[in-house]
Design a binder for this molecule. Structure first.
Ligand code: PHE
Length: 338
C-alpha cells in the first residue's frame, strides 16, 4: 500500500497539464468519484489501526498534492487570461463619442484645400487693439468703413476690442514675417449685431494672405477659383464683382452660381441664382507700408469668408443660431455626415 501511494505521488508530480482537457481528465482520474484518491481511501479504511497511522500522512500528502496541482492549473489559466486583457499590443476598443461640429468640419475642409497649395495656418488673438483691427488696415480713426463693422469695445485706454474680422491676423503676421507669405487663418470674430436667423454677434471667418514678387489679380482669381471649385465641385460658375474694402485695392466680391431649381434657391439667391460668398482684393500699398514691406518690390492678395455661410449652404441650414445652441438633436445629424 505504501509503495502504491508513493508511486501515485510520484506520478502526480510528473504529470504535465497544459490545457483544460488535460486538467479535466486529471481531475477525473485522481479526484473523481471512482478516482484513484477515493479508491486508495477505501482501501485505507480497511487497514488495521497501526498501519493507518503510518499511511495516513502519506495519503494526505497525495491528496493535497493532487488538489494543488489542479489549483495551479486554474491559476495559470486565470493569469494568462488576465495577461490577454492587458496586452498593450492589441488594438483598443475605440469608443466613438460625439461628432465633429459642422463649423469645425467646414473649417478643416477649407484649410485642407489651401494646405495643398502651400498655405499654412496662422492664428492670432481675439482681443485686439485698434491698430491691428482697423488703423493698420487702412482704416484710420473716423474712417467711415469702421461703421460697417459694429465693434465691441472692451477698454479705451489702452484700447482693447474684440476683433471684428480675421484681417487683423494679416497685420500681426506681416509684422514678424517677411515675404513670401502664404497663410490661412481661421478664427472667431465678433460684431455688435442683433441675433437672428441670418446674423450673430459671434461668427467665424477664414482669412487668406498671399504676398510675393509679381503677384497679380489673375493669381488671385486663379486661387479663388481653385478653392471654390474644390469646395463646391469643378463645374461651379463664379463671378467677380468690383467692391470696396479699405485694405485692398482693387477689391472684389465673389459670387457663385447656385441655381434656381427649388423654392429655397429663389429665396437664398433673391431670385438671381447667384450667391455672394467672399470678399477679396490686392493688398493696398498703404497696408504693406504699415508693416514695413516694400510695396515696390512685393505685392499680394487677401481674401476673407464666413464659415457659417458656407456651412449653411453645404448642409442646407437656414438658421445660423443652430450652430451656437449646441442642441444635441441638431448636432447628432452630423454624426454620419462625416
Ligand atoms: N475682412 C473683410 C470682412 O470682414 C473680408 C475681407 C478679407 C475682404 C480680406 C478682403 C480681403 O468683411
Amino acid at each position: 500500500m505504501k509503495e502504491k501511494i508513493n508511486k501515485y505521488i510520484n506520478d502526480v508530480n510528473n504529470i504535465v497539464i497544459s490545457n483544460l482537457e488535460e486538467a479535466n481528465s486529471f481531475k477525473n482520474q485522481y479526484l473523481g468519484k471512482k478516482g484513484i484518491l477515493n479508491q486508495v481511501f477505501f482501501e485505507f479504511k480497511q487497514l488495521p489501526g497501526l498501519e493507518k497511522k503510518e499511511l495516513g500522512q502519506l495519503l494526505n500528502q497525495l491528496k493535497t498534492l493532487a488538489f494543488s496541482k489542479l489549483e495551479g492549473v486554474k491559476n495559470n489559466q486565470k493569469s494568462s487570461k488576465h495577461k490577454a486583457l492587458i496586452d498593450v499590443t492589441l488594438p483598443s476598443n475605440y469608443e466613438k463619442i460625439g461628432a465633429t461640429h459642422p463649423l469645425s468640419k467646414v473649417k478643416e475642409n477649407i484649410v485642407d484645400i489651401f494646405k495643398k497649395v502651400g498655405f499654412s495656418v496662422a492664428q492670432e488673438r481675439e482681443i485686439e487693439d485698434d491698430w491691428h483691427n482697423f488703423s493698420a488696415l487702412n482704416m484710420p480713426q473716423n474712417h467711415p468703413a469702421r461703421d460697417m463693422q459694429d465693434t465691441f469695445f472692451i477698454d479705451l485706454n489702452p484700447d482693447k476690442l474684440l476683433r471684428t474680422h480675421t484681417s487683423s491676423v494679416q497685420i500681426r503676421h506681416m509684422d514678424i514675417h517677411k515675404p513670401p507669405i502664404r497663410i490661412i487663418s481661421p478664427g472667431r470674430v465678433y460684431r455688435k449685431e442683433d441675433i437672428s436667423a441670418r446674423a450673430h454677434c459671434i461668427f467665424h471667418q477664414i482669412e487668406g494672405l498671399y504676398i510675393d514678387q509679381n503677384v497679380s489679380f489673375s493669381d488671385l482669381k486663379a486661387m479663388i477659383n481653385y478653392f471654390l471649385k474644390s469646395l463646391f465641385g469643378k463645374d461651379l460658375k463664379t463671378r467677380f464683382r468690383p467692391s470696396f474694402f479699405p485694405f485692398t485695392e482693387p477689391s472684389a466680391e465673389v459670387d457663385i452660381y447656385w441655381g434656381l431649381e427649388s423654392e429655397s434657391d429663389y429665396r437664398i439667391t433673391k431670385g438671381t441664382g447667384w450667391l455672394e460668398i467672399m470678399g477679396c482684393g490686392m493688398i493696398d500699398p498703404n497696408v504693406l507700408k504699415n508693416v514695413n514691406i516694400d510695396s515696390e518690390k512685393f505685392s499680394g492678395f487677401a481674401f476673407g469668408l464666413g464659415i457659417e455661410r458656407i456651412a449653411m449652404l453645404l448642409y442646407q441650414i437656414d438658421d445660423l443660431r443652430l450652430f451656437f445652441e449646441n442642441d444635441i438633436r441638431f448636432l447628432k445629424q452630423f454624426q454620419k455626415a462625416f
